[in-house]
Each structure stands twice: as structure tokens, then as C-alpha cells.
Design a protein around this ligand. Structure first.
Ligand code: TYD
Length: 209
């Protein structure tokens, strides 16, 4: 079973992934649950994470291929072995992040280029998530959360307009590949948000058994 969390910065993904991890570890044991993240969720990936989040690249296509490279290593070393061993994998971000942040955030993106980017993960055979939880929050509310946490990397500094375009990008991706997505209203109290996630995860785990 492969769970993915997606959303703009400040949407609360990490908090919710922590809670789902706790719930699954209590039910299935820590040996059967693999919690990971992108970028950099593989042995040696910290340097890749630091490089990209410190603003190491200046073109969106450069970033696109870098995040894809990071993901190929992550899949090969962490995600695929865990899934093959029958474990539950929870990833904080995956391919939809690259499509939303590096492709659909670009208002000038060419239609063919967007299509190429959207198909690449399937063409190279990356595992498909069983469910993608999209934590839906408006860019203004997310920015206020980030500001109150005092967090900054070069992505956080890209400003409100960028995050609005990323959010619109997610909406486009969901509209064209909606069946795996579960959209959660993330503007609510975290307990309520988690209630929806826990219900959906339990439903899917029951179907698997
Ligand atoms: P993350 O650690 O999830 O940050 P946050 O918890 O603030 O959401 O991700 C770091 C940044 O990397 C985030 O701004 C989104 C960006 N990112 C991309 O632009 N493309 C990608 O493919 C991935 C995986 C992340």
C-alpha cells in the first residue's frame, strides 16, 4: 500500500503524515511501515535536498529533472523495495509535486511539454500511489502558517503568486487524473483533518485485507 501526501507549502502535510504514520505503526507494527519524503528521502539524499532547497538551480526544467532524478533514486532504494516486501509506504510528496511546482506553476508552459512531463513517470515505470491525500488550503492561509513557523527555504520565498499557481496546478492534475486523489479541507482543525484521512486510510486497508 502506497500513500502519498500532497499540498502547497504550509498545508499541514507533514503533521498529518506523522499522525497517519502513528496510527499505522500502532496497527501494523513499525517494521511494516516506511515513512519517507521528497526531496532527499534516500541514503545520500540530504545533500540533494539541501542543494535544491537552497536554490541551487535557476530553471524550472532544471528543477524538474533534478526532482525526477531524486525520485528515481528514492524509488529504487526505498519505495520499491518496501512495496515489494509488502510494507506500507507513506511519502510526504511524490511526482505530483514536480508537476504542480515545476510544470503547471509556469503560465507559459507549452501544451506538449506539459503532456511530456505528465507522462514521464509512467513511461519510466515509477510506482503508482494507491491514494494521494491532497491537503487543500488557500495560498494566503498557508503563507500565514509558514510565517508563524518562521520557516524559509528558497521555495517558501517565491511568494504568494507562485503558490496560487502551484495550487491551480494541483487542481489541473486532479482534474485529469482524479481517481487516486482524496481532497481534504486542510483549513480546519488538524483533528478534523486527520479524522478524514484516518477514515479513508482505514477503508483502503480493509479493502486490501
Ligand atoms: P517540503 O519539505 O515538503 O516542504 P514543506 O513541508 O514546506 O511543504 O518540500 C520542500 C520544497 O520542495 C517545497 O517548497 C516544495 C518543493 N518541491 C518541488 O518544488 N518539487 C518537487 O518535486 C518536490 C518533491 C518538492
Amino acid at each position: 500500500m502506497f500513500f502519498v501526501f500532497e499540498g502547497i507549502d504550509g498545508s499541514g502535510k507533514t503533521t498529518q503524515a506523522d499522525r497517519l504514520e502513528d496510527m499505522l505503526v500502532r496497527r501494523f507494527g513499525s517494521r511494516n511501515v516506511v515513512r519517507t519524503r521528497e526531496p532527499g528521502g534516500w541514503d545520500g539524499g540530504d545533500a540533494a535536498r539541501k542543494f535544491i532547497l537552497d536554490g541551487g538551480l535557476s530553471s524550472l526544467w532544471g528543477e524538474f529533472f533534478f526532482f525526477m532524478l531524486d525520485r528515481c533514486e528514492h524509488v529504487e532504494r526505498v519505495i520499491r523495495p518496501a512495496l515489494s516486501a509488502g510494507k506500507i509506504v507513506l511519502s510526504d510528496r511524490y511526482t505530483p509535486s514536480t508537476l504542480a511546482y515545476q510544470v503547471f506553476s509556469n503560465p507559459a508552459i507549452d501544451e506538449n511539454a506539459a503532456l511530456y512531463a505528465s507522462r514521464l513517470a509512467d513511461v519510466i515505470g515509477l510506482p503508482v500511489p494507491d491514494v494521494i491525500f491532497f491537503l487543500d488550503i488557500d495560498a494566503g492561509a498557508a503563507s500565514s502558517r509558514l510565517a508563524s513557523r518562521g520557516e524559509t527555504d528558497s521555495f517558501d520565498g517565491r511568494g504568494h503568486g507562485y503558490f496560487e499557481r502551484v495550487k491551480a496546478g494541483y487542481e489541473k492534475i486532479m482534474a485529469s487524473s482524479g481517481d487516486k486523489w482524496v481532497k481534504i479541507d486542510a483549513s480546519r482543525d488538524p483533528e478534523l483533518v486527520f479524522g478524514d484521512i484516518a477514515d479513508e486510510a482505514s477503508r483502503l486497508m480493509a479493502l486490501r485485507d
